[in-house]
Design a protein around this ligand. Structure first.
Ligand SMILES: [Zn+2]
Ligand SMILES: [Zn+2]
Length: 240
């Protein structure tokens, strides 16, 4: 019902407001706000060299990665683009503007990344929101993206995790505080075969603390391999 209502609201807004690019504000010929082709072309792939395990861009190839040094061996991660400029505008437009259809742009880029990097998961598990935040927002952006990604790579979505406690937003916290903030925040609703590779889906990764905490809940349940797949990766170390 929530989805139908949101769809009606989105459609009514399309009729009332001329569609514009969510990043550069240019008028669009589309039926609803979207991202213009010039802005799409400005989505920045992550550079090289990169950490083979977590995808963080490193200053040089031999560098030891600080970001994933405490991750369990079963967890790796990939991201499609850098979290800045257009990517940031898309994520914000989905999360705070309610423009759910933009999740398709994220899914398309993530599907390309999965194919390119050979990290094909057997199933997709979205990082859950706490029920209180879900009620405020009306949707989980990770689930929106996972549903669209599932259609592109032909894999099922399984809601295998739940938030076991509320956590303050990660924005503005340093790395150590981010890790402490989400540690133990996820509970497993179901387990998978140890041979399964689970794609853990979220919109943005920063410190990797959320992926780490959510993956740990799956791994404790016997999941053999978890690949965190996010649309964007915030690469600023100071962002935590
Ligand atoms: Zn634009
Ligand atoms: Zn790393």
């Amino acid at each position: 019902m929530d989805n139908i209502l949101a769809g009606v609201v989105e459609f009514a807004t399309d009729l009332l407001l001329p569609p514009r690019c969510v990043h550069c504000d240019d008028r669009l010929a589309f039926a609803r706000p979207a991202v213009c082709s010039l802005c799409i072309s400005r989505l920045e792939p992550l550079g090289d060299p990169r950490c083979a395990r977590c995808g963080l861009v490193l200053a040089h190839r031999a560098m030891v990665c600080w970001r994933c040094s405490d991750w369990p061996a079963e967890l790796t991660a990939v991201a499609a683009v850098r979290y800045q400029g257009v990517a940031e505008a898309i994520v914000r437009a989905i999360k705070y503007g309610g423009w759910r259809h933009l999740a398709d742009i994220c899914a398309e880029k993530m599907a390309d990344t999965i194919r390119l990097r050979g990290h094909q998961p057997d199933l997709l598990v979205p990082v859950p929101l706490h029920p209180l935040r879900y009620r405020e927002r009306g949707f989980n952006q990770a689930r929106l993206i996972a549903d669209r990604l599932a259609m592109r790579i032909d894999r099922p979505v399984v809601n295998a995790l739940e938030r076991s406690r509320t956590t303050p937003p990660q924005v503005g916290l340093g790395r150590a505080d981010r890790v402490a903030n989400v540690s133990g925040a996820f509970a497993r609703r179901r387990s998978f075969e140890s041979s399964a590779t689970v794609g853990l889906i979220d919109d943005v990764a920063t410190s990797g603390a959320t992926l780490h905490a959510a993956a740990s809940a799956l791994i404790v349940g016997g999941t053999g391999r978890v690949v965190g797949v996010t649309f964007a990766l915030a690469t600023d170390r100071n962002a935590g």
